[in-house]
Design a binder for this molecule. Structure first.
Ligand SMILES: [Mn+2]
Length: 331
């Protein structure tokens, strides 16, 4: 797959790198590392994200490569710029959010690079996916490492390491393979600081975020004898704490800490009033199967979905699906 991907990159010269909306450390890390590689190979590469680069990922972009999408302003002509448009860390065009408007119009070759479990991606001219990879940054690492040998540019090493940390939950999740640890060791040997990376990524809470976590955890719900635990957050909860949607990051880890929990969930209202769920499975329950019932997806142990339903209705429906899946997977 990576040879095909390398050939695809070789054939193009102005490459636009994008990731899913509300970009995470893996999507951004992969984009920055790949941009460093492409620029180093004499190509033009740009990174455009929406709605912008989260505060805790700014340290990955010391050269200011990442552009926040401005459809009416600077990016009115974005569709015409690239000869290849790459979606990283997702394989469904609509995951790009409002960037999709420009994606739809572009005459560039459209491709995706992803490690999520999906049925065959549609809406692309080429797809480069490997669900056995732990992170998109692992795919980029595998692409660039044999080609660069020796020293990696510091920006690239830092971006790759941060992406691996993000998608493995700091090497705690089931995707923390020997291969990921070998890559991480190599990146540390290249000069990346693990503790500084962890601090920059995670030790960034505001009082508003901690208040939101407290409020959500105080309302924790347990079902099925404690095998399913969830918290939920409405827009009113966010407002009451002075918190933003970015503050929801990692909240799903709280119900997951309970002993005996097989599936943990975070339900929330999106900015546009839809209902959203993030599901995490300890080990045995396939939460991807649950999310697929609602048009979402991800991985077997970490998955999500959105629906145009009132939050309470969505919680009710997802809860039924989770309990059904628990019954199916745990004898
Ligand atoms: Mn990822």
């Amino acid at each position: 797959m990576l040879d095909r991907f390398a050939t695809f990159l070789d054939r193009h010269h102005k490459i636009l790198l994008t990731t899913h909306e509300n970009p995470d450390g893996d999507g951004v890390g992969a984009a920055i590392a790949l941009a460093a590689h492409l620029k180093g190979s004499g190509k033009e590469a740009r990174i455009v994200v929406t709605p912008g680069l989260p505060e805790n990922l700014r340290f990955l972009d010391p050269l200011g490569w990442v552009e926040a999408f401005e459809p009416g302003g600077a990016h009115q002509e974005l569709a015409a710029w690239p000869d290849a448009w790459l979606l990283i860390d997702a394989s469904e065009p609509h995951r790009m959010g409002i960037l999709f408007q420009a994606f739809e119009k572009t005459l560039a070759d459209r491709a995706c690079l992803d490690h999520h479990l999906k049925d065959a991606p549609a809406g692309f001219d080429a797809e480069f996916t490997d669900p056995t990879a732990s992170a998109s940054t692992e795919l980029v690492y595998d692409l660039v490492r044999p080609r660069l040998g020796g020293d990696l540019p510091p920006v690239m090493a830092q971006a790759l390491y941060a992406g691996l940390v993000s998608d493995t939950g700091n090497f705690r999740h089931s995707n923390s393979t020997p291969k990921v640890h070998h890559a991480a060791a190599d990146l540390i040997a290249q000069g990346v600081h693990p503790a500084r990376t962890f601090n920059a990524l995670y030790q960034t809470a505001t009082p508003a975020k901690l208040k939101l976590f407290g409020r959500a955890v105080a309302g924790i719900q347990l079902r099925d004898g404690g095998r399913f635990a969830y918290v939920s957050v409405t827009r009113a909860d966010l407002a009451a704490c002075g918190a933003t949607h970015e503050d929801l990051d990692e909240l799903v880890e709280e119900p997951r800490r309970l002993k005996g929990v097989e599936v943990a969930a975070l339900f929330s209202e999106t900015e546009d009033g839809r209902a959203k769920v993030s599901l995490r499975s300890r080990e045995r329950v396939d939460v991807n199967a649950v999310c697929k019932q609602f048009g979402g997806g991800g991985h077997r142990l970490a998955s999500g979905a959105k629906a145009s339903l009132p939050l309470e209705t969505f919680i009710f429906q997802v809860e039924a699906a989770v309990l059904g899946q628990i019954r199916l997977n745990i004898v």
